[in-house]
Design a protein around this ligand. Structure first.
Ligand SMILES: C[S@@+](CC[C@H](N)C(=O)[O-])C[C@H]1O[C@@H](n2cnc3c(N)ncnc32)[C@H](O)[C@@H]1O
Length: 401
């Protein structure tokens, strides 16, 4: 075996054992003497991708593809990295090229299906995802991905079958099982959970982060942050940079930008590390926290003058714990500001078609009063479009009573 081959083997073994720093150093050593080693370039790129460093991963994997354009392994790797970076069209092209050369790559098939779903082409996603399920019959994840695609494509019986199959094997990953149950609940086949599983929300927004702002403000006509800021101003709260503000579910920071004029200090919190990385670029947050709002709020009693949640509470069904925790994190007389999607439902909420909860206004008003949040202002508004139809919502401003 040549020295290069031995070094690559050693690096790949450390990599597979999870010793990323050691593996990185060994790949770098190999590339210093053989800069055109396509395997080392691809593996080092993969290592950066594992760490979430896509800006470092992509040029390395691209170079591997340039050096060996026919190798399906590099094309598949490039497709996966592009999809993760939100570059879905080139991702689909790379994955299709990889699969043309190696049709039985179950991971590439799943990545292709998920990228097509992200592009709104759920019907086209079904064939690759069905094939991925066939190739990995014991794995729950491809079944869950197919179940989601079927739901989006309107193939509901298959969506139910696949979500049930994802649950059927003994011991699926608890996060996968919770997501399958959530999907079954949305399809009316399981009891409605009190909230969307945290892992589902995190994965959803991690995948969405690179495209979120363009999609929301463009295609989906999203203007909730500006509407919430308007409600504050119209209620006599001056944009005087005087308040300690917490932006719950801050996402990429669209809401932070709208809240910043009111804030002496603005903090953001989100479940999704990728959304938080985008939010950091806005430059308006003094601190960003990766946390579930239900864990964070009780640990910060009486800490904020204003707590806002723009388009966030729709990932929670039962709002009692969140609103009580929110009240507890406010200083005396502090303000709560949030949006909800409106709907009906026993117990005051129901799971809507987009896997978000919709809340009934009378029940929500009663709940706010119960936890000690007194109404200051309320406004009905169209929050955004969903499959071309307006989503009716309410904007609420309340004061700690
Ligand atoms: C639709 S985005 C809205 C982002 C931002 N507020 C805006 O208006 O652009 C919803 C965000 O809430 C976050 N989120 C949902 N449930 C959460 C929870 N329980 N704890 C923390 N963040 C949550 C998601 O990760 C996502 O980034």
């Amino acid at each position: 075996m040549s020295d290069d081959a031995a070094l690559l083997r050693q690096a790949a073994a450390r990599h597979a054992a999870g010793a990323l720093e050691e593996a990185e150093a060994l790949y770098a050593q190999l590339l210093a003497r053989s800069p055109d080693d396509a395997n080392a370039l691809n593996l080092l790129g993969t290592l950066h991708r594992q760490r979430g460093e896509l800006a470092r991963a992509l040029p390395l994997i691209r170079r591997a593809v340039t050096l060996r354009p026919e190798a399906p392994v590099f094309l598949a790797s490039l497709g996966g990295a592009l999809a993760e970076a939100g570059e879905l069209e080139p991702a689909v092209a790379a994955l299709r090229a990889a699969l043309a050369r190696r049709p039985d790559d179950a991971v590439a098939l799943r990545n292709l299906g998920q990228a097509l779903c992200g592009l709104g082409q759920a019907r086209a996603a079904l064939a690759p995802l069905r094939q991925a399920v066939k190739l990995a019959p014991h794995a729950a994840e491809p079944k869950l991905a197919l179940a989601h695609a079927c739901r989006e494509a309107g193939a509901l019986p298959e969506a139910i079958r696949m979500a049930e199959a994802a649950l059927a094997r003994p011991g699926p990953d608890p996060a996968v099982a919770a997501q399958a149950r959530f999907l079954l609940a949305a399809l009316g086949r399981a009891p409605m959970p009190e909230r969307a599983p945290a892992a589902y929300v995190r994965d959803l927004f991690d995948q969405y982060a690179p495209r979120f702002e363009a999609d929301l403000t463009g295609r989906l006509g999203y203007r909730t942050p500006a509407a919430l800021a308007e409600l504050l101003r119209d209620s006599g709260i001056a944009a005087a940079a005087a308040l300690d503000v917490l932006d719950l579910g801050c996402g990429t920071g669209l809401s932070g930008v709208a809240l910043a004029p009111f804030a002496r200090r603005l903090e953001g919190l989100d479940l999704s590390p990728r959304m938080l990385a985008e939010a950091a670029r806005q430059g308006c947050y003094a601190a960003l926290h990766e946390a579930d709002l239900l864990d964070f709020l009780p640990r910060h009693p009486a800490a904020f003058d204003l707590i806002a949640a723009a388009d966030v509470l729709n990932y929670l069904g039962d709002l009692a714990p969140a609103l009580a925790a929110l009240r507890g994190a406010l200083r005396p007389g502090g303000l709560a500001l949030f949006s909800v999607e409106l709907g009906e439902g026993e117990g005051g909420y129901a799971l809507g078609p987009g896997l978000r909860y919709r809340h009934a206004l009378p029940a929500l008003r009663a709940l706010c009063a119960e936890v000690g949040l007194a109404a200051v202002a309320e406004r009905r508004d169209v929050l955004r479009l969903e499959q071309g139809s307006p989503v009716q919502g309410a904007l609420m401003l309340l004061r700690q009573a």
